[in-house]
Each structure stands twice: as structure tokens, then as C-alpha cells.
Design a protein. Structure first.
Length: 190
């Protein structure tokens, strides 16, 4: 982590030093004048433009490094990602999700009211990204919240899946069953 930060900082400093005019790093500040000369104003504008360019380059470099870091930490052949989504959600008010993968707790997430509203509006939350060896695995998800008639409600959903050499995406969906007047919890493996 420190090595990554150090690499980013060194690259940003080298880029900034390359863009500064020669002698700008060691020159002593000029005495204050009553009015800035037109050449000084143009030089300041050019320097400001260069600084903005450096900022943009640093932001792009940071984005590229984060993408590279994720690809290195979670290669496609071992990657598994878990998502939570809601369809309607009028019969269930989500409070928390607990997920176990192969009898090992991988996430326990407590939702805020704003996060629940985002899920109601069609948002999808990535709750876990990790590495998983090939073979058969089992996911158990427990959903806690308030069900119909504002009763405490805790339900679970289980799915067994085979992990191959391709990345695996798993969606934990909460949807309303109007026929049964209760929420249903479904797991979709992509």
C-alpha cells in the first residue's frame, strides 16, 4: 500500500517538475511591484494552465492505477463479485445483510435509510469482491428488516454454484410477492 502511494507521488512530482519552467524551482521570489507587468501576467496564466494540466494528468494516472490494482488483486479467473438489489420492496424494509461463503462470514452490512432508498430506485450495491478457487461453492445470505405489518423479519437464501475460470457475478435480489403478500429472496448467478 505504501509502495503504491510512493510510486504515485513520485510520478506526480516528476511530472510537475517537468512542466515547470526552467529555473522556477530555484528562483528567489521577485520583489512586489505596484502593478503586474503584462509578461508576468501571461507567465502566471501559462503556469496556471500547466498546473491544471498536471492535476488532470494526476487524476487520470490515479484512475489507471486503481484499475490496474483491482486487476492484479482480483484476476478474472478467480474473481467473484456479490451484489444486492431490490425490486419494488414495499413488503420489506431492509436493515442488514449477512453473507457467508462456504461457511465463512465474508460480509455483514448495515443499511442506512438513504442506501435503502437508492436500492428502491433501482440501485445495485456491490457488497463483496474477492478471489475464489474453481469448484463448487455455497453462498448463504441472511436478510434482516421489517416485513409486512411492521414485524421483524429475517430470511435466508442459499445457492450452490460452480466456479470455473471465468469471473462469477452473483446477485442477491429482494422482491415482493403480491400473491403471498410477503417478500421473496432470490439469488441469480451470472
Amino acid at each position: 500500500m505504501f509502495r503504491t502511494w510512493l510510486t504515485r507521488a513520485t510520478a506526480a512530482l516528476a511530472l510537475a517538475a517537468a512542466l515547470l519552467p526552467a529555473g522556477a524551482q530555484t528562483a528567489a521570489p521577485a520583489p512586489a511591484a505596484s502593478a503586474p507587468a503584462p509578461a508576468a501576467a501571461a507567465s502566471a496564466a501559462t503556469l496556471d494552465g500547466r498546473v491544471q494540466d498536471v492535476k488532470g494528468d494526476v487524476i487520470r494516472l490515479n484512475r489507471d492505477l486503481l484499475v490496474l490494482e483491482e486487476e492484479l488483486l482480483f484476476p478474472a479467473n478467480t474473481q467473484v463479485a456479490l451484489f444486492v438489489s431490490m425490486d419494488v420492496g414495499k413488503l420489506f424494509q431492509l436493515e442488514s445483510v449477512q453473507i457467508k461463503l462456504d461457511d465463512k462470514l465474508i460480509t455483514n452490512y448495515l443499511y442506512t435509510p438513504l442506501e435503502v432508498q437508492a436500492l428502491h430506485r433501482g440501485g445495485v450495491q456491490r457488497v463483496h469482491v474477492g478471489n475464489l478457487r474453481t469448484g463448487t461453492h455455497e453462498i448463504v445470505a441472511f436478510f434482516t428488516g421489517q416485513g409486512p405489518h411492521e414485524r421483524d423479519y429475517k430470511r435466508g437464501a442459499t445457492v450452490k454454484f460452480d466456479k470455473g475460470t471465468e469471473p462469477k457475478y452473483i446477485e442477491l435480489r429482494i422482491k415482493d410477492s403480491t400473491g403471498k403478500l410477503q417478500p421473496e429472496f432470490d439469488v441469480k448467478v451470472w
